[in-house]
Each structure stands twice: as C-alpha cells, then as structure tokens.
Write a protein that binds this ligand. Structure first.
Ligand code: CP3
Length: 366
C-alpha cells in the first residue's frame, strides 16, 4: 500500500468521513503550522512539539499523578485532558499529543497489563502460543468511550492548536505482548515471527485492529493528525520488516485512511527501514537522532515531510551546544519539502522543562 506524501490534499477535508464539527472539517486547525507542514507546506514559522512532552519532566504532572496509577490516569478523561494541556500551556508548542499509552487499547481489549514505573508495560501472562492468540478478544468501540471523552474535552480547550492522536504499531506492541515486558532485542518476538508464522500473523492482525481502533477513536473525537509509533522497529532487518511487519502497520493505518488526517510514522533506529516505513501509507516520517535530516530526506527520495530529530541527550548539554545543534537540525531539515521540529525520541524525565520552552522560542524565530 503506497500513498504518496501529501495525498491528504487529494482527499480534502470535505470529502472525508470526519464529523462536521471536527476541527479539521470546520477549518479551525486546517491552517495550523503543524497540519500545513505535515501536508508538505512550509509555514512562515517552523512548527515544533516534543514526543513525551507530557510527563515526568513537568512538576505539575508529577503533582497531578500523585496517588493515581499511570493507566488509571489514562482512562480518566479529566486527568488525561489536563495532562495533555500542561506542556501546551507551559512551552507554547504547536501541538498537543493526547496523554495515553500504546498499551491502553490492549488493556481495554481485556489483556492484563500494567505500567511499572521505571520499567514500562508488563503483562501478567505473555502471549506466545497459538492458543494464547486465539483467546485474545477484539476491542469493542464502547470500551474506547473514556478515550473519546478525553480527546473531545482536550480539543475543546485547545481551540486552533491541533491535537495529535497516536497509537503503537503492531510490531512494537507485539514486542511487549510476546516478551511480557520491556526487552533489549525483542528476541522472543522475532523468533515467533519465524518459528510460527501463522501465530505471528494472527497476533499482528489482532494488534493492528486494536491499535487502529484506538487511533480512529482519537481522530473521530477531534485529533487533527495521527502518529504511529513503531519504536522498536530498529531491531528488524529490512527483509523481516517488509514481509512480516509492514502489512500489519498498513492495516493499522487503514483504520483512519478514510478520515483524511495527516499521518506520521516514527521509529527508533529506523535508518534501514525508513523508506519501507513511509511506504505503508503515511504523509510524514519521524526520524530519530542517528541520521541527519538531509540524509533521511535523500533516502526517502526528497518528497516526504520530516519530523525530528534533536538528540535527546543534548537536552542536558550547555545551551550554546544545544542551540548550535537545534540550528543544525533546522538547517538540514530544509532538504525536505517540509519540517516539523521535534526530538529524535521522547523527553527524558530528568530534562529541565525550561530548556524545552527555550527550544520552542528559538524555533519560532528561525
Ligand atoms: O506526551 C506524549 O508524548 C504523550 C504520552 C505518551 C506516553 N506513552 C505516556 C507515558 C506516548 C505517546 C506514549 C507512547 C509509548 N509508550 C511508546 C511509544 C513512544 C516511545 O517512547 O517510543 C512506548 C514504547 C510506550 C511504552 C511505555 N510506556 C514505556 C517504555 C514507558 C516508560 C516506563 C518508565 O517509567 O520509564 C511507559 C510509561 C509512560 N507512558 C509514562 C508516560 C508519561 C511514564 C509513566 C509515569 O509517569 O509514571
């Protein structure tokens, strides 16, 4: 499935299946810097937001989260909404990203998963056999009501600032489901791919539909862009990615294809698979810090809007060092048709939030 960059223009917002009051359909966010850049335009001011901008780097987040578990916060619309808005108010970023987690739809589908602080998602029982996969249940739309409510509430507050909806890609979800928790090279998941291809196929198809439904719920409720995180894609060969993973990512994205919102695809260590990731059907590519944006654009053939790729490690460096790096990222980003400034991966919890605000200020003058 290959959708050329910028095909959102062909769909147009009016011919899409978005609800009439959706901020893209009413025009409220259609001319925002973020949406324009993702569609291949270069607005006068460079748009910027940060992956994991909501979270532990913010004292107001830590305060709000006291006594509430991560996944409970995600499923409480008032909390999810307030946490989403915190970094938008504080930093003046050009987008909010809905506060949730890639494992939320898996939990809503009935899988027993928890997020352990300092570790990440952990399953009570890993999913490893044909019988384990056969026992997985589909996610019904009613279970997504708290997500839709949280998004709607957030979008009402954000006004003309677009909200990004997101979901985990089937491979990254499978990396947690099969391993039962965070792992280094995702060996068990990659073994299953080859040792039991039918079970792999069934598991990734289930994951694609669950995560696709989660993404669709956010877009229908008002998100103006959609980002698919395939964070752990860097552990795959291009051959394995193309044959055993890409079709499932395309299936996940097909859940929002009729809605005409710009789609972003991001992975860590994705240099080998960058073009194959673009070709599953997205409008823009998120790039990690390992390849400069001019090189990423060259690999993609020069026609794909890019997002990224400040090295998160430099957030701790002295400001003149970081500033020179940000300017270099922006300069190299000019090789692409359009650029959304971001990090190469998420904000670290020990990042000084004032540094993020300072990057936004700088970006808006470049
Ligand atoms: O602001 C935003 O970017 C939106 C929020 C967001 C979270 N998770 C909140 C969160 C997003 C987009 C995610 C996606 C996510 N979750 C990914 C893909 C993006 C990436 O970082 O690669 C992945 C791989 C996960 C799985 C996950 N959830 C991990 C590895 C962790 C960290 C565990 C830890 O404590 O270090 C989580 C938990 C999580 N998700 C937190 C937040 C704010 C921390 C929980 C806390 O505050 O206690």
């Amino acid at each position: 499935m290959r959708c050329p960059a910028g095909d959102a223009r062909i769909f147009g917002v009016n011919s899409s299946a978005l609800p009439d009051q959706h901020p893209l359909a009413t025009g409220l966010t259609a001319d925002s810097r973020l949406v324009r850049a993702l569609r291949g335009d270069r607005p006068e001011t460079l748009p910027v937001w940060f992956m994991r901008q909501a979270g532990r780097s913010l004292p107001e987040y830590r305060e709000l989260r006291v006594g509430t578990k991560m996944l409970d916060a995600c499923l409480t619309p008032d909390l999810a909404s307030e946490i989403t808005l915190q970094p938008v108010r504080r930093h003046g970023v050009d987008a909010g990203i809905f506060f949730s987690d890639i494992v939320v739809p898996i939990k809503l589908a009935g899988v027993s998963v928890d997020i352990v602080p300092g570790r990440g998602p952990v399953l009570e029982t890993p999913i490893r056999t044909a019988a384990d996969v056969a026992a997985l249940r589909p996610l019904d739309d009613e279970a997504l009501a708290p997500i839709a409510a949280g998004v709607a509430q957030t979008v009402a507050e954000l006004g003309s600032t677009p909200l990004i909806g997101f979901a985990g890609a089937p491979f990254t979800l499978a990396a947690y489901l099969v391993e039962g928790g965070p792992s280094k090279d995702h060996i068990r998941a990659r073994t299953l791919m080859h040792s039991d291809p039918d079970t792999w196929e069934a598991l990734l198809t289930w994951a694609a539909d669950v995560t696709g439904a989660f993404l669709r719920a956010q877009v229908l409720a008002g998100a103006s862009a959609a980002q698919l995180f395939d964070s752990w894609v860097g552990s795959l060969s291009l051959a394995d990615y193309t044959a055993n993973v890409a079709p499932h990512s395309a299936r996940a994205l097909s859940h929002v294809a009729d809605l005409g919102v710009p789609r972003i695809h991001f992975g860590v260590g994705s240099g080998e698979v960058l073009t194959a990731m673009r070709d599953v059907g997205v409008d823009a590519m998120g790039v990690d810090w390992r390849i400069p944006l001019d090189e990423a654009s060259r690999r993609l053939g020069g026609g794909t809007p890019l997002q990224g790729n400040i090295d998160p490690a430099l957030l701790q460096a002295p400001w003149p060092v970081l500033e020179a790096h940000v300017r270099d990222v922006v300069e190299r980003g000019r090789a692409a048709p359009a650029h959304v400034l971001n990090l190469g991966h998420g904000v670290n919890p020990d990042t000084d939030p004032d540094v993020l605000s300072r990057i936004v200020e700088l970006a808006h003058t470049l």
